[in-house]
Design a protein around this ligand. Sequence first.
Ligand SMILES: [Zn+2]
Length: 406
Amino acid sequence: MNLETVFENTDFVHTSGTKEELQVAVYLKKQCENIGTQVKMENFRVPMCTIKKAHLFADGVEIPCKAFKGCGSGTVEGELYYMPGTDPVSITGAADKVVLLDTSNISFFTYQDLMKAGAKAILFRYGDAHYPNTDIDQRELREDVVGKERKVLCAMINVNEAVKLVKNETKRVCLEVEQNEYEGESHNVIAELPGKRKEWIVLSAHYDSTSLSHGAYDNMSGCVGLLGIMEKMRDKERNFGLRFLFCGSEECGLLGSKAYVQDHKKELEQMVLNINLDMIGSYMGQFIASVSAEEKLEHYIAYMAAEVGFPIAARSGVYSSDSTPFADKGIPAVSFARIAHTSIAPIHSRYDLKDVLSMKQLQKDINFLSNFTERLAKAAVCPVARQIPDNIKTELDEYLFRKRKK
Ligand SMILES: [Zn+2]
């Protein structure tokens, strides 16, 4: 397989629920078939929106904005309140105000706090003040952030405009939004290399991108990783079966992997391990293994790294990617990534292009990951205990908004 070709053929924005996302799914399915695996596609529902109108006025002057998908329609006018943190003092100030946050997203608990405090609308900032463009990312107000609370209008502005609002001590803002909300469809692509046992190692990587990104590093690199492992493992003897899961809609809340564990409830017992890839093959950056399983797996990976001479920082924790729904269902999971600094390979932006990736490094990463997969696929029994340690369970509760982070 020519690694570079995959990036060339998916070199466009492909966000959740769009025809471009489906185009990439179909393309990946074809690649799996070319390798000689049985492939199927499974669809799942995703929230979709068409923004018809979004206007933001600061003391009467319009500034560019993008309304959040799913935040509803209407007009809100009020006093602007720049909220520097999420501490109780900051939150109190939000009463009856249009709140400007110093972030580009919001967690469940902050949203709940803001609603209880009586916030009227929320503004977010995107970008880098030193970029030569004034891009604004298209985000969404997620159902799992709103919970049982009311929805308020939300909009993203460029970071330079956000700074100006604070600098100029802007008094009043007005936000007008009109949008159509509807249900759409996203897809998981699933390819299989069966083993002798009726048990599976599930390898996953998401293939969707964010609104401005071509998603080469985040995460066609992980998808190419899966294809590379598939190609290497095709003719190898396997005790455990390998299931390759290319997830859609990861970028709007791990929707693909959540749908997968939901729709395959009955087979979860047969899944012994999840190996997830999210961003590999960058020129710079440390290779990490984030283990959501017993600590022994972390040590196993560190020992193997030492043995084969491949630098890895293995640690335990919850990685913000498709490994999380697996770990949450009690399936030991590990995410691998080569983490390049955001000043070198910024993700979720127009700069996430093939240029930040090294095909040579990507091949080396794939070689290590294939080696790791082969050892486990050939194992007499799966050495990883089917048990999620308490500290990981706590992290999962926090990540999935069931518990407030201490
Ligand atoms: Zn990603």
